[in-house]
Design a protein around this ligand. Structure first.
Ligand code: ADP
Length: 509
């Protein structure tokens, strides 16, 4: 250096020329700029290495660690101070020790090792899944002087992969058809059960519209379902019919949910379809049976009731108290049977979707008095207070409203102690009339109140065990009131009593 810095042109004067000096200064400035650039670049690289989510490690050809970034510290638990200068084999599980020499020999041949999935040990002894990318570090002459290693913790990824493999096994072995489709109703996946139930293979259905399965008279269901899903709702146990490849109509129960991306945007639809044809046929047989039996029982029961009434009036005339008493009891029992049979007939009509209203305009007070008259001749155990409303005519199904009142009053008697009072109240509002049946009975636990109107639902309390019933009365009451555009409501307190009420529009239509 000193040699080259010596002034070359000493003969021409003691001082270096100005030209020479400015060239030298320029040369130094360029050098400084280059050094600064290199420094900046290296600072930037260091920052990248430091802030990386992946462990970035370098080691020499003997496997001794020469650098260790923050992510390496986070992933493996060792600090840089603990690792630099020690062997990387610390991280390698005993059953994988040969991996290191294999990797090094590859690197010596100048090859890279990319996305190598393996397991490594952390400081706490936990085994983690990692993906390694390892490259040789070369000097300016191209000789390998070390190794750089990028390790990504893929434990969560592997776990997610396992879960997804498990889910896809569940989907393929499910007995229910599991189908996914996009928002245009195009099928995107189709499992084995879908193939078995609907007859189409996955190849035949994927990419095709689901509409292929919908019978022509139910095509509107698809846009309705999609609209419900778009508004964030699920469709649960929707019973409908679908067509198989061979044109057979199946009864299916569908559960349909939106599939969302991480931002909550709906990107598709998943559908679980269960073939309920057998269940439906079974229900149908049961319904037919109930309908036939109830119908067949109704006629002889009606004649029995008239014979009992005839005999009763004879006993009354003949002042035969003993027979009169027995016949009254017989009449009470036939009355109960008539209500029960009527309930069963209505239940099967409802199930068939065949319950229709036979509307007529009639006077409410008249119907109330009829029902009360019937009940009062049969029941003396309770004190029934009737609070009539102003004379009003309503348009409704007279027989069915009569049944509603009979059921509500029957329940008030059944579920309250002998001697207690029952109020039957009618209130006329502007354009509607409200009925209430209020008892001072056992009351209904709050938890049961919401389910009272379900088919076959009975409250399971000690007190009720000796009260017979099928749990269909309130279901029918609620369905009949709904068919009339009204709603039945209950208010009840345990030990105090219950009030059932409903509202119907007043006046002829
Ligand atoms: P059932 O009386 O045949 O059991 P319902 O459908 O008429 O069937 O009534 C369903 C259930 O509701 C009854 O089992 C009873 O537990 C309860 N319930 C109905 N009415 C009353 C009432 N007035 N007081 C207390 N519990 C009642």
């Amino acid at each position: 250096m000193q040699e080259t810095n010596k002034p070359q042109n000493e003969g021409s004067g003691q001082q270096r020329s100005e030209q020479e000096m400015s060239a030298e200064i320029k040369g130094q400035e360029i050098l400084i700029a280059k050094l600064r650039l290199a420094e900046e670049r290296s600072a930037m690289l260091a920052a990248i290495v430091d802030s990386s989510d992946d462990a970035i490690i370098s080691k020499d050809l003997n496997g001794f660690v020469t650098s260790w970034n923050a992510a390496a510290e986070r992933i493996f638990g060792y600090s840089a101070a603990e690792m630099i200068g020690t062997s990387i084999t610390k991280l390698i599980p005993t059953d994988r020790t040969e991996e290191e020499s294999l990797i090094l020999s590859k690197l010596r041949r100048g090859e890279r090792v990319q996305y190598f999935h393996t397991k490594r040990l952390t400081k706490s002894g936990a085994l983690i899944d990692v993906s390694l990318t390892i490259s040789p570090v070369k000097d300016q002459k191209g000789s390998i002087i070390g190794v750089s290693k990028i390790a990504r913790d893929i434990t969560d990824l592997i776990e997610a992969e396992k879960q997804s493999a498990m889910l896809s096994a569940i989907v393929s072995y499910s007995d229910d058809a599991i189908i996914s489709k996009d928002l245009n109703s195009i099928v995107t996946s189709w499992n084995n059960a879908a193939e078995r139930i609907f007859g189409y293979t996955a190849a035949e259905m994927i990419g095709q519209s689901i509409v292929k399965l919908i019978p022509p008279d139910r095509l509107q269901e698809e846009p309705n379902i999609i609209a419900r899903l778009k508004s964030g709702q699920r469709v649960d146990h929707f019973e409908t019919k679908r067509l198989t490849k061979y044109g057979k109509l199946l009864d299916v129960s569908l559960t349909i949910s939106p599939v969302m991306d991480l931002t909550g945007r709906i990107i598709g639809i998943s559908k679980i379809a269960r073939d309920i044809t057998d269940k439906k046929q079974e229900e149908q047989r049961k319904n037919d049976f109930i309908a036939i039996v109830s119908h067949e029982l109704k006629t002889p029961l009606t004649s029995m009731r008239s014979y009992i009434q005839l005999a009763l009036s004879k006993a009354v005339k003949g002042s035969d108290n003993f027979t009169e008493n027995l016949l009254k009891r017989a009449e009470t029992q036939t009355g109960k049977m008539t209500t029960l049979i009527q309930d069963f007939l209505n239940l099967s009509r409802l199930e068939e979707g065949k319950m229709s209203l036979n509307l007529s305009a009639f006077y409410l007070a008249e119907l109330m008095e009829e029902v009360l008259g019937d009940i009062l001749t049969l029941t003396t155990s309770h004190q029934i207070n009737y609070e009539p409303c102003a004379e009003v005519s309503i348009t409704a199904d007279r027989e069915k409203i009569g049944q509603v009142l009979t059921n509500l009053l029957g329940n008030a008697i059944k579920y309250s102690p002998e001697g207690s009072a029952i109020i039957v109240r009618c209130m006329l509002n502007k354009e509607s009339v409200q009925f209430s049946v209020i008892d001072q009975g056992y009351g209904i636990p709050v938890a049961d109140q919401a389910r009272l109107f379900e088919r076959f639902y009975r409250v399971d309390t000690e007190r009720q065990h000796h009260v017979s019933g099928f749990g269909i009365g309130l279901y029918l009451v609620s369905e009949i009131i709904k068919l009339h555009g009204g709603e039945i409501k209950v208010q009840s307190e345990l030990g105090k009593g219950s009030a059932f009420s409903f509202v119907l529009p007043a006046g002829p239509e």
